[in-house]
Write a protein of this length. Sequence first.
Length: 97
Amino acid sequence: MDTWFNIRTLGARGDGIADDTEALRKAIAQHRTIYLPSGHYRVSDSITLRPDSVLIGLHPSTTRIVISDSTPAFSRVSAARNPSSKRRRAGRTLSLA
């Protein structure tokens, strides 16, 4: 746990209202293992993991990365984006609920 970086240190709120996209991006750019305490971390754009990124949530029922229904980056059919990470390796993806 000494090497885990708590996402809240960068200002992520995990309240399901605040946009935590930039905090997640900064944490991924600067740290290998990122800990997400209980909460709903709302994102408004794609997030790309590094090859060695590790995301650790407190519990699958209480820690989630979510996209709001009206998020412009994911709402247009003609410019559809995959709401999971661009990085795929051995079945490991960043799923967005």
